[in-house]
Design a protein around this ligand. Structure first.
Ligand SMILES: NC(=O)c1ccc[n+]([C@@H]2O[C@H](COP(=O)([O-])OP(=O)(O)OC[C@H]3O[C@@H](n4cnc5c(N)ncnc54)[C@H](OP(=O)(O)O)[C@@H]3O)[C@@H](O)[C@H]2O)c1
Length: 330
């Protein structure tokens, strides 16, 4: 490849928010033997990215500085390591980059492991693909592994509640849940009710109303599983709305969830709350890309920014009111 120096965004220590993101020129990253070098066409922000910068995950995931943030990318392969078997220069792909390294997606080029890089057909735009990795895989894992929903609709009927259904994870979760044999109740703000319904939710609650805050199904459903994408809702609010063996899958587990989970605390009838940590798998990412290609799953794009406006994109994600995915196009 011709370029040796590329444009990127880095931060150099914990904290500082958007203003700590610096525009830099760095050497093009070099792929290891099982990695590919990608020309990044689009990358998406997850709350995880700025939580890492804040140092919220420091005890489990200490960072190496300087750090180029973002893990979710879509782009084109320009070089392959010697052990890469199934990808070649010119392939269009979606990838989830390592969260442990110092390289990330807010750059013109990035390296990705072959096992978390999947083909992107022409029907899937770079922005739509870049939205998928963390948010789509989390929604997929929560529904299929934690809640036991079969996405070919072959499972028993189940009632699912999805909180913060207008967010990155929630919008994928609503659509994936409706591929299964489910009744879906969702919560979001008033401005997004129409959108969430249009993507398949059977009933939608405005979380700022009393019934919404109480997570009370308008049609009287009790939930077999809650894909909990919001935060700050206590167990005492969930408990009366769960079916006898209902389970809350908490994707932002705080100390209360961890304590309840680790102490094996379940109610007499078996209601419980479990934390979820994403374990990304290439085969599941390929499945999500296929669903987008077939028109069965949509990436809702909140907003798009060029690399020069990455700080604005970062601030927008921290603000917590995105509808769907925030995309940066280097
Ligand atoms: N465990 C894991 O591995 C994992 C993986 C991915 C994500 N996560 C976590 O999951 C959470 C959600 O991620 P995300 O990407 O979906 O976030 P996001 O896109 O930033 O979510 C923003 C959306 O949430 C809505 N919202 C906020 N509070 C709400 C509430 N109480 N009730 C209903 N809607 C609410 C907002 O609506 P309004 O604008 O109307 O307020 C907004 O549309 C984050 O904390 C993230 O760190 C964890």
């Amino acid at each position: 490849m011709a370029e040796k120096i590329i444009k990127a965004i880095q931060y150099f220590s914990y904290g500082g928010g958007p203003s700590a993101l610096k525009h830099v020129e760095i050497p093009v990253p070099v792929p290891k033997k099982d990695e590919v070098l990608l020309r990044v066409k689009a990358t998406s922000i997850n709350p995880f990215d700025w939580k890492m910068q804040k140092g919220m995950l420091r005890p489990f995931l200490p960072l190496r500085f300087p750090k180029v943030p973002l893990s979710d990318v879509a782009g084109e392969v320009v070089e392959t390591g010697p052990e890469v078997k199934n990808l070649k220069a010119g392939d269009k792909v979606v990838a989830m980059l390592s969260i442990f390294g110092s390289g990330g997606g807010l750059a013109e080029y990035a390296v990705a492991s072959e096992k978390l890089t999947v083909s992107r057909p022409p029907e899937v735009s770079a922005a739509d693909g870049a939205g998928l990795p963390v948010a789509g895989l989390t929604a997929h894992q929560a529904l299929t592994q934690s809640a036991g929903v079969k996405l070919d609709a072959s499972g028993p009927r189940s009632n699912i509640l999805i909180t913060a259904a207008s967010g990155g994870v929630g919008l994928y979760a609503v659509q994936l849940a409706k591929l299964g044999n489910t009744h879906v109740t969702a919560t979001c703000g008033a401005r997004n009710i129409k959108l969430v319904k249009s993507l398949g939710a059977d009933e939608v609650l405005d979380y700022k109303t009393p019934d919404g805050a109480a997570l009370k199904s308008p049609s009287g459903q009790k939930y077999d599983a809650v894909i909990h994408c919001a935060s700050g809702i206590p167990w005492s609010t969930f408990e009366p709305q769960l079916s006898s063996k209902g389970k809350v899958i908490d994707i932002t587990p705080g100390s209360d969830t961890m304590w309840r989970f680790l102490s094996g605390k379940i109610t007499f009838s078996g209601k419980r709350i479990v934390p979820l940590v994403l374990i990304p798998k290439g085969e599941n990412l390929a499945y999500l890309v296929k669903l987008v290609k077939e028109g069965k799953l949509k990436t809702v794009v909140d907003s798009k920014y060029p690399l020069s406006k990455a700080k604005d994109a970062w601030a927008k994600s921290i603000d917590g009111h995105a509808t769907g995915k925030i995309i940066v196009e280097p």
